[in-house]
Design a protein around this ligand. Structure first.
Ligand code: FCB
Length: 455
């Protein structure tokens, strides 16, 4: 069989393809926008440490100021309101609300999120919070080797319960973790991300502790709030680059490590047998009862989708037909893989309602006479929304879409060099400028809002 790229998602996109209650949003995360790294009792995070190590961040930058969102959030909420967003996904920085990751709560840190949530609600924007978007308190890395130790599990559950107790009645959803695959693999196997470790066995143990911490946090939050709870996974569907058995097997294994390693325990109660066999001695230590904790029922599943992976034993992977282009991250643009992948998840796992919690592109944007003409981002948005509409037509229960990101921000080891925002940030002045894509998204959301409502 020849590999075929999925057919391009052409055709008209209309707002009526999405149900009346569909949620339009944008996403950010604490470390990437907040700044105020050392203010008001916030403790250092593993990303502060990582940024301070020479050579880790491409442009040598750090998160100390970022978009200065901790001070400029009123202006950012006003921008969201101008966009017509119905929802905003943000993360809480654990070291801002509990400097050491255990012990005393930091009231000044909680007060910031309290103000942010109130500002969102006043603007008619639903707050959707994520508890862990990678900024682990550095003290936990020092004390326990972070996620490598099982001791972190109850600490995360305590933190989750405290957030749920304080904010559960005002948050529309709470996600435990953002992208555990990135934390485990990029943080502990390839060292591209904090804490910068290169040890596959450690990475797999970390993945298990993350999943267990997720399960415990769900249980702890259920005891104190009625807020819908879930998790956010990054899925990069794997395709064989050539129609060979070797590439097909490679793609299956890659899918096992990225998709099934997390989906199977969450929704089926076990790790995939083929991946366990592949890992051998690097497989994590699992206690009896862990799987029951990990697979507690969820109210929603967050999927972050950017691109696909082409897998080949031939390096670099040979080019395949039908490639539609690449973003400034070098990520291939493949909207159709989103449709296919969502349909597959529904078929194989019968998951709870899905939110697309991240989707977007980095583009080499330029501010020209007060405008950012980012046609490529408009095309990306349009084609991915069409791909999403196709998945909904196929019967996948998708409730909302969050563009990544509201603002240009600190793109982890790429520093400030990659711009994902709907809104351009001039880091020297902190001036925000809505890009052309922001105008496009705003018009699309407004069209959706004008659709006749049944009843
Ligand atoms: C995702 C992260 C997010 C952002 C995008 C581009 O993996 O969750 O913070 O960096 O990629």
């Amino acid at each position: 069989m020849m590999l075929k790229s999925p057919a391009p998602a052409v055709g008209p996109l209309t707002a009526s393809m999405f149900g009346p209650d569909f949620i339009w949003g944008a996403a950010t995360s604490a470390a990437q926008i907040e700044g105020a790294a050392a203010l008001d009792g916030r403790g250092p995070s593993i990303w502060d440490r990582f940024c301070a190590e020479p050579g880790r961040i491409i442009d040598g930058s750090n998160t100390d100021i970022a978009c200065d969102h901790s001070h400029r959030y009123p202006e950012d909420v006003a921008m969201m309101r101008w966009l017509g967003l119905k929802a905003y996904r943000f993360s809480m920085a654990w070291p801002r609300v509990q400097a050491a990751g255990h012990g005393a709560w930091n009231e000044a840190g909680f007060a910031f999120y309290d103000r942010l949530i109130d500002a969102l609600l006043e603007a008619g924007i639903q707050p959707h919070a994520t508890l862990y978007h990678w900024d682990l308190p550095a003290a936990l890395q020092d004390k326990f080797m972070g996620w490598q130790s099982r001791e972190i599990v109850p600490l995360f559950a305590d933190y989750a319960a405290e957030v749920a107790r304080r904010f559960g009645d005002r948050l529309v959803t709470i996600a435990t973790l953002n992208e555990p695959w990135c934390v485990a693999t990029l943080g502990h196997e390839t060292a591209q991300f904090a804490p910068g470790i290169t040890d596959r066995a450690a990475a797999m143990q970390v993945s298990h502790h993350l999943l267990l911490a997720h399960g415990r946090a769900i249980q702890a939050m259920r005891a104190v709030c009625k807020t819908p709870l879930g998790i956010v996974l990054n899925h990069t569907p794997s395709f064989p680059a050539r129609p060979t058995e070797a590439d097909r097997l490679g793609a299956r294994l890659d899918d096992g490590l990225n998709v099934r390693w997390y989906m199977d325990p969450l929704f089926m109660g076990s790790y995939p047998a083929d991946v366990l066999a592949h890992l051998g001695a690097d497989a994590p230590r699992v206690h009896s009862g862990d799987h029951a904790e990990i697979s507690r029922p969820l109210d929603f599943l967050g999927i972050n989708y950017y691109t696909r992976s082409l897998i080949s034993t031939q390096q670099p992977a040979p080019p395949v037909p039908g490639v539609q282009g690449f973003t400034d991250m070098g990520w291939e643009v493949v909207p159709e893989a989103l449709t296919q992948h969502l349909a597959r998840l529904s078929r194989e796992y019968a998951p709870p309602p899905i939110y697309i919690t991240e989707n977007g592109m980095a583009n080499a944007d330029e501010l020209i006479d007060g405008r950012v003409p980012d046609e490529a981002r408009i095309a990306y948005l349009r084609s991915h929304l069409l791909a999403l509409a196709r998945a909904i037509e196929l019967g996948v229960d998708v409730r909302g879409y969050f563009y990544w990101s509201l603002l240009d921000n600190f793109e982890w080891n790429s520093g400030y060099a990659k711009r994902f925002g709907l809104v351009h940030v001039d880091y020297a002045t902190q001036k925000r400028t809505a890009k052309d894509s922001a105008h496009w998204y705003r018009d699309f959301i407004a069209q959706h809002a004008r659709l006749p409502r049944a009843g």
